[in-house]
Design a protein around this ligand. Structure first.
Ligand SMILES: [Zn+2]
Length: 375
């Protein structure tokens, strides 16, 4: 792995950890606020219980004052009754006294009611006080824990920041600039390549880019701009190559298919190539790709007739007809480069064709000897 990539991976870890710590530290005041709010609720309940007790006390005093007032009136009526001249006046006074006595009884009942209630009120206040006390202690503990966590996070943050600064000094400036920019917009600046794909954006890589990443070059994803790296430890296990004897017979490509792929080991100055011919509406088309990079070579040619008639010079003895078909629409989408998945299909089929050819040669060369021995 490139030293810059190794440092970038460590830098990425540091950046992620720093971001996590910042988020955790920012969470703490919010947690404190929730705790304070809970405490405020309990305090309000206690205040309510206390206010109710106080109101009861005020009422009791009011009723007592009313009784005193009524008793004063009664003694005044009694004094007056000693001086009245007529029976009517006397009866009227007695009536007033009776009425006042009745009022006194009502107020006494009210006082009794308040006193019975007072026990309940006192219990409510005591319970609220106890709850507040317990909650305050609990909250102090939680606050202390939050403070401890914040201090710990701050310490870790300082350590990670130091590590990050150190790493940044060891990475070249151009690479850092790229990393920072992509990190800012995409949340990460690095992406692993697995199975020909950029794991950052899930887009298939061009074969050239894929080979460069595997060849320890510093390259960027065309689609998401992340710096790419390849970890051989995550490489998929190679497909076990079956023994030729057990290989299923390779399907025969149709000689007159509308799309026909060929391999040529010796194509002019290009060397190994893949050629695709297509027939459509009386016109044959030929397109040539580099066998290994998948890049298009030369121009696409159109000629009248089907491809056997139109390009007779291409059907040489060394040309190997391959199995492979892609819809025209998809193929046009490749533009000037085949995707590595399509390349893989054709490479695999070529290997199968070559194995098959090797076996046929062996059979041919051994067959006459056996025959001559039998005869
Ligand atoms: Zn990408």
């Amino acid at each position: 792995m490139l030293p810059d990539i190794e440092k970038l991976l460590q830098l990425q870890t540091a950046d992620q950890e720093i971001r996590r710590l910042h988020a955790e530290i920012a969470e703490l005041p919010k947690r404190m606020a929730v705790i304070e709010q809970r405490l405020a609720g309990t305090k309000a309940q206690l205040e309510k219980a206390r206010a109710a007790a106080k109101a009861d006390e005020a009422n009791r005093k009011k009723f007592e004052a009313a009784i005193q007032d009524l008793q004063g009136k009664i003694s005044k009526y009694r004094d007056q009754s000693l001086e009245v001249k007529t029976n009517e006046q006397y009866r009227a006074l007695l009536h007033e006294i009776e009425f006042a006595q009745q009022e006194i009884r009502i107020n006494e009942d009210r006082i009794l009611e308040v006193m019975v209630n007072a026990d309940l009120r006192e219990k409510q206040v005591k319970a609220a006080e106890a709850e507040l006390k317990a909650e305050t202690a609990e909250i102090e503990k939680e606050k202390e824990e939050a403070r401890r966590l914040t201090a710990e996070d701050q310490k870790k943050l300082a350590e990670w920041n130091g590590r990050r600064d150190g790493l940044r000094r060891e990475i070249s400036e151009d690479v850092l600039r790229r990393y920072d920019r992509v990190l800012k917009f995409r949340g990460s600046g690095l992406a692993e390549v697995r199975d020909h794909k950029c794991m950052g954006c899930q887009v298939m890589l061009r074969p050239q880019i894929y080979n460069e990443v595997r060849g320890e070059q510093l390259v960027y994803c065309d689609s998401c701009q992340r710096i790419l790296y390849f970890d051989p430890a995550n490489e998929p296990a190679p497909q076990p190559v079956a023994e030729p004897v057990h290989v299923k017979r390779r399907p025969r490509p149709k000689p007159d298919a509308a799309q026909a792929w060929f391999y040529r080991p010796d194509y002019g100055g290009f060397g190994e190539v893949l050629i695709v011919f297509t027939n459509a509406e009386g016109t044959a088309t030929r397109c040539i790709y580099d066998m290994h990079s998948g890049r298009q070579l030369g121009d696409i040619l159109n000629r009248e007739g089907n491809y056997h008639q139109a390009f007779p010079e291409d059907f040489t003895d060394t040309a190997v007809r391959l199995n492979g078909f892609w819809e025209e629409e998809e193929r046009v989408g490749w533009a000037a480069e085949m995707p590595s998945a399509a390349l893989d299909v054709l490479h695999n089929d070529l290997r199968a064709a070559q194995r098959e050819r090797g076996r046929t040669h062996k059979e041919e060369s051994s067959a006459p000897a056996e025959q001559s021995a039998a005869s």
